[in-house]
Ligand binder design. Structure first.
Ligand code: NAP
Length: 286
């Protein structure tokens, strides 16, 4: 029961009805036996400043931030963690006695299954497919993990080039950009030790779509990661698995970003497996 002692958490977005975070966070809160409550907070874009002030006035301990507020909330905060500044988006706010600090836990979520599986990133060559919002956390996570080279493969080279240019000053790794299907793309897919799909290609309902990877060129030893979580196995991952590659879907990233947020708000070590389980259970109902 939510009492006067209960600490409040939530997720703000617009729309928010389909968010998986309440089911996932509430499961971890119950598993840990802590007196917290996590709710969905529908916040229209033009009401964001009022909503932030309102949550502060209501003494919320913190909240997640999702589309369309991840960038817009940044000027409304007192402080922003350096990784979130570099990624250019905040997905978690912590309220410490009225001081609001923003974080980005998507990068930690992305890295968590790679660390768990012992995937060697230091010195590796990575190929990231897509250069949108999620690609920024993926790119920074890979660069921070010491990859030697990253190729961004895109359909709109100008967008990829502006992302690459922004990150070049922050790394000694080589960052290059190529168009899907180009000669440079063929070279990058053949050399990659890790391939990450950050495009929505293959996401439900368009499950027959996939990024244009020629699996015959890819090393069977490459690790293949799709950050999509519906379906659990995209066509991209199925083809990678059939080619002999180790694979990872986006469920652990989603659960991992939630676990990292809950760890920031509370003094517990969240049970990421429990969060992943709750996520799967919620997805199976939809
Ligand atoms: P986004 O900002 O819209 O970026 C999408 C990227 O994919 C852009 O580079 C876009 O290229 C490219 N793209 C889109 N449609 C394409 C197509 N038909 N062919 C080639 N490229 C295409 O989206 P996002 O927020 O980064 O999300 C991308 C995916 O990641 C979604 O499926 C989302 O569900 C998933 N995601 C998962 C997690 C997780 O926790 N597992 C977290 C965040 C996102 P243009 O710039 O040329 O349009």
């Amino acid at each position: 029961m939510n009492t006067g002692k209960t600490k409040n958490l939530g997720v703000m977005g617009w729309p928010i009805a389909h968010s998986l975070s309440p089911a996932m966070q509430q499961a971890a809160i119950e598993q840990a036996g802590i007196d917290y409550s996590y709710v969905a907070l529908p916040v229209e874009p033009e009401k964001l400043p009022q909503a932030v002030e309102g949550l502060k006035a209501l003494n919320f301990s913190g909240w997640n931030v999702t589309i369309p507020h991840k960038r817009a909330i940044m000027p409304l905060l007192d402080e922003i963690d350096e990784d979130a500044v570099i990624i250019g988006a905040v997905n978690t706010v912590v309220n410490r006695e009225g001081q609001l600090k923003g974080y980005n836990t998507d990068m930690l979520g992305f890295l968590s299954p790679l660390q768990e599986k012992g995937v060697k990133l230091a010195g590796a060559r990575a190929l990231i497919l897509g250069a949108g919002g999620a690609a920024r956390a993926v790119l920074w996570g890979l660069l921070r993990s010491g990859v030697a080279a990253v190729t961004l493969a895109v359909r709109t080279p100008e967008k990829g080039e502006s992302l690459a240019e922004e990150f070049r000053s922050r790394t000694e790794a080589d960052i290059s950009v190529c168009a899907f299907g180009s000669e440079d793309f063929r070279k990058a897919e053949a050399e990659a030790d890790i391939l990450v799909n950050t495009t929505p290609l293959g996401m439900t309902p368009k499950v027959e779509e996939a990024p244009p990877v020629d699996w015959d060129s890819v090393k069977a030893s490459a690790f293949v990661y799709d950050i999509i979580y519906t379906p659990a196995e995209t066509r991209f991952l199925r083809e990678a698995r059939e080619h002999g590659c180790a694979i990872q879907n986006g469920e652990a990233m989603l659960a991992g970003q939630g676990a990292a947020a809950l760890a920031l708000w509370t003094d517990i070590e969240p049970d990421a497996a429990c969060m992943c389980h709750a996520l799967r259970a919620e997805l199976s109902k939809r």
